[in-house]
Design a protein around this ligand. Structure first.
Ligand code: HEC
Length: 159
């Protein structure tokens, strides 16, 4: 009889593990992030080409980025130390860029009208990762550490 309970217990445990694993950001794997092929300098060039028009050449964001515009959407925030990009783990930054803000949040069950477009048809995954690594290179050691912790907690299903 006890054996049955042990087996049920293991099955439930596996079920939870499977749930946690599938909860983790579906559109990329952490390994992809860690093996980024594109260096920081190339990431900077790609950033200037693709992102600077809204997020600023010096990652400074749009004016009054904390207040919604007439269209009800937030302006593009800074990606430097002034902004909140470093509060998010790699998974969110990657999917926000690849899928666009609305789709990235929809994946996490949040309905949100976002002005952040999808770059899926314009940038490869490696290019997106290179851009993220460039943004990280402008942050302080402490911010990079905090951001790395957020990336770890994302693996367990956090955001
Ligand atoms: C057409 C303007 C535009 C362009 C170009 C653009 N963004 Fe954004 N981005 C936005 C807006 C607006 C927001 C804020 C929207 C929101 O609140 O969801 C945003 C938000 C983000 C966020 C999430 C917020 C945060 O915490 O930083 C990330 C990450 C991001 N953008 C990355 C990028 C990257 C990387 C590129 C270039 C590949 C890029 N964006 C190009 C408009 C743009």
């Amino acid at each position: 009889m006890n054996k049955v309970y042990i087996i049920l217990g293991i099955a439930a445990g596996l079920g939870i593990a499977a749930f946690v694993t599938t909860r983790v950001v579906p559109s990329f794997t952490q390994d992809t992030i860690q093996t980024a092929e594109i260096g920081v300098e190339q990431g900077r060039v790609l950033y200037v080409e693709s992102c600077a028009s809204c997020h600023g050449v010096n990652l400074e964001g749009q004016p009054n980025w904390r207040s919604k515009g007439d269209d009800g959407r937030l302006p593009a925030p800074p990606h430097n130390e002034e902004g909140h990009t470093w509060h998010h783990g790699d998974g969110l930054l990657f999917s926000y860029t690849k899928l666009g803000g609305a789709a990235a949040l929809a994946e996490r069950g949040i309905a949100y009208d976002s002005g952040m477009p999808s770059f899926d048809d314009r940038l490869s995954d490696a290019e997106i990762l290179g851009i993220i690594n460039y943004m990280k290179s402008t942050w302080s050691e402490r911010m990079r550490e905090t951001q790395a912790e957020r990336t770890e907690s994302e693996k367990l299903g956090g955001t």
